[in-house]
Design a protein. Structure first.
Ligand SMILES: NC(=O)c1ccc[n+]([C@@H]2O[C@H](COP(=O)([O-])OP(=O)(O)OC[C@H]3O[C@@H](n4cnc5c(N)ncnc54)[C@H](OP(=O)(O)O)[C@@H]3O)[C@@H](O)[C@H]2O)c1
Length: 267
């Protein structure tokens, strides 16, 4: 039996066991994917022990993503650039780290059809998830990225660190002119949080608006974008797509991201 799982603190809210469980059942794989509540002080010991217990790899989530990268034997350039890992694979040589949030974010947008990659993107928020989104947009070669955050110094530091076309813009009134994409990576709009208050009127009518918050699926930002007639993409697909590379590496099958998976995760 092949084992994999997800490490986090807390972990009960994670949808990853249901997601991978759907793929395991669908492909008839003799395997299991389990949630593991691991506190920060126990991460290093846990990562040493899991391969010896037969685990092929694990996902890591809050608060372990930076520490997981530091604990790895090798890492992809993308994970290093983002400064965080969410997918670890155990090999004879040690721990391989990757960050699949960035390709997951792009795959979710691409699945919705063409979107303007030749115009500036506006990214709201400069936390952990924003780092993956920014690196993804740089990889896709967007001509400019405007970064807005409540704590402006955090956005300025992140723009300096990641460089390549990122400039800051105020969160209260971000520069939306000519933008082809708006991404919310703040936690605003999440269940229990205030909505993100953003006037979308200056945004061109062919722009795409996406929110990486997926609880609720239709955030107030997406609802107001729809009301303006703009195209929207919700954040659940990012979660589904980021899971696929780990599943392929650990269980040896390329899984499908489709309506059945979405329904299983939402059930
Ligand atoms: N769809 C997916 O697969 C996926 C993946 C990862 C994360 N997410 C979601 O993305 C969201 C952010 O996650 P994260 O890991 O980046 O969190 P994080 O590192 O804690 O960053 C939170 C961000 O939200 C901003 N923020 C928080 N409260 C705010 C407020 N009241 N007003 C304005 N800005 C506020 C913070 O600004 P300051 O810097 O000013 O504090 C920061 O930019 C979460 O809802 C998470 O569930 C989704």
């Amino acid at each position: 039996m092949i084992l994999a799982g997800v490490l986090g603190d807390p972990i009960a809210q994670s949808k990853s066991p249901r997601l991978h469980g759907h793929w395991l059942a669908r492909h008839g794989i003799d395997g299991a994917y389990v949630p593991l509540h691991v506190r920060p002080d126990d991460l290093a010991d846990t990562l040493r022990l899991l391969p010896r217990l037969g685990f092929a790899g694990v996902n890591v989530t809050i608060p372990h993503k930076a520490a997981a990268l530091a604990a790895a034997t090798s890492a992809t350039d993308r994970a290093r650039r983002i400064g965080a890992a969410n997918t670890l694979t155990f090999t004879d040589d040690g721990i391989e780290a990757d960050n699949t949030d960035a390709p997951g974010f792009l795959a979710n947008l691409d699945a919705a059809g063409d979107w303007p990659t030749d115009r500036p993107a506006v990214v709201l928020g400069a936390g952990g998830a924003a780092r993956a989104v920014l690196v993804a947009l740089q990889e896709r070669g967007l001509p400019a990225i405007r970064l807005a955050n409540r704590t402006e110094a955090t956005a300025a530091a992140l723009a300096d660190e990641l460089g390549r076309g990122i400039a800051t813009t105020p969160l209260a009134a971000p520069d939306l002119a000519d933008a082809g994409l708006v991404v919310n990576t703040t936690s605003l709009g999440m269940q229990g949080q205030p909505p993100l208050d953003l006037d979308l009127a200056p945004l061109p009518s062919d722009a795409l608006v996406t929110d990486i918050v997926y609880a609720p699926l239709e955030t107030p930002l997406l609802a107001s974008a729809k009301a303006r007639g703009l195209r929207t993409v919700d954040g659940l697909g990012m979660l589904l797509h980021q899971a696929a590379p780990g599943f392929r590496r650990w269980f040896g099958v390329e899984p499908m991201v489709d309506g059945a998976l979405r329904a299983a995760v939402l059930a």
